[in-house]
Design a protein around this ligand. Structure first.
Ligand SMILES: [Ca+2]
Length: 383
């Protein structure tokens, strides 16, 4: 395993005061909670504690106290394959974390020879030993592929099950045999498993010949965000398109989300269309929101969450989505499954955004940047 390096954080410091554009948005300050994170990918607050757990793509895990800035490395992370976009990816405490201490993770791992795939596993956090112990691989996405691209991935818990979303491994076969349209392939899909990693008998394709029973929805390109709607309980996800065509989707059981047969993006080279854009009646589930083709407009998403805290009352029920390429945190209003852009937060601050979370106690907006010397920031209302 290749280990990344990281440094310990400095104490919290207010580094900038940003006011939003002239609309009636609340002003906020940006605290730097920690600095020096080496390619962080995901963060989650640990229920029953003041701490958060953060993955570093190179294969390390740290626990951070966001108020003191104290950071503790945690041993026992899985072995990861860091080629390309691989490495240690998402992390999420189990629904019964306060009793079980279990955390679920996804990562890119080598399977055989040059072939790698996204793994879903869990381990128990022994906080006194600063270790993850009893690591179990619950599922390895099939088939493994010789590619360093598009591993996904995110984890959410719903309905007593674990859901995880994956990518298409960068396949450029834009026809009907694409890996995301192949029901024997779990790439480019959302899967649903029991918390122990078994395939539930009531999954849409379970028990059918020529299908992978773990699949819940398919026809996705590269899922980078998954979160639950706070009122409906629906799973929302965000996925990267080709050049443009980035999408937010509301996940339906057995749904086909169209990639690459319906796509609003264009090819990276030359910018030509390779598929009809999503449209009603095409047999695919249209996105809740789609960004158009064109490199200046597109919105390669990272983490996504609904705002549910008390610190920014005007933003209750709004959606926050990180934008990697254009380096801001998008704020959107949501109404009956449609999004409207409201503001670009942290625009001009110079950070690719990797993940976003709401502090369960303080309601502050925690924003994890991307990069080899990345900060964790939080947005705090300006008093
Ligand atoms: Ca789609």
């Amino acid at each position: 395993m290749r280990k990344a390096t990281y440094s310990f954080p400095t104490a919290c410091a207010v580094v900038a005061v940003l006011a939003l554009p002239a609309t009636a948005q609340p002003a906020f300050e940006v605290d730097t909670v920690a600095t020096g994170l080496s390619n962080p990918w995901a963060m989650a607050f640990l229920p029953g504690s003041d701490e958060m757990i953060i993955t570093l793509r190179g294969g390390d895990i740290v626990i951070l106290n966001p108020d003191s800035g104290a950071m503790q490395p945690i041993s026992g992370a899985p072995n990861v394959d860091t080629r390309g976009q691989g490495g240690l990816l998402d992390i999420a405490p189990a629904p019964d974390f306060t009793q079980s201490g279990l955390v679920y993770m996804t990562w890119a791992g080598r399977v055989d020879g040059q072939n790698s795939t996204t793994h879903l596993g869990r381990a128990r956090l022994d906080r006194e030993a600063n270790a993850l112990v009893e690591l179990e691989v619950l599922h390895a996405v099939s088939p493994a592929v010789n590619s360093g691209a598009h591993f996904g991935s995110r984890i959410v818990f719903s309905d007593g099950h674990v859901f995880a979303g994956f990518g298409d491994r960068g396949s450029k076969d834009f026809g009907p045999n694409h890996i995301s349209q192949d029901l024997t392939s779990e790439n480019g899909a959302v899967i649903r498993l029991t918390l122990d990693g078994d395939i539930p008998a009531d999954n849409p394709f379970a028990g059918q010949d020529g299908t992978a029973g773990a699949i819940w929805s398919y026809g996705h390109r590269n899922i980078q965000a998954m979160t639950l709607h706070p009122d409906t309980g629906d799973i929302w996800l965000a996925e990267h398109g080709e050049a443009g065509g980035d999408e937010v989707n509301i996940v339906q059981r057995g749904g086909n989300y169209g990639w690459p047969l319906a796509a609003n993006g264009v090819t990276y080279r030359g910018g030509e269309r390779f598929a009809a854009p999503h449209q009603d009646g095409d047999g695919f589930i249209s996105p809740a929101h789609v960004w158009p083709a064109g490199r200046d407009d597109h919105f390669p998403p990272s983490g996504m969450t609904f705002y549910t805290g008390d610190a920014f009352p005007d933003w209750q029920g709004h959606v926050l989505i990180g934008n990697l390429l254009h380096q801001y945190l998008g704020l959107f209003s949501e109404n009956n499954g449609t999004l409207e852009p409201v503001a670009r937060l942290l625009d001009g601050a110079g950070h690719r955004i990797r993940d976003v979370a709401i502090g369960p106690q303080d309601g502050f907006i925690y924003v994890l940047a991307d990069g080899n010397n990345a900060p964790l920031m939080r947005l705090v209302p300006r008093s």
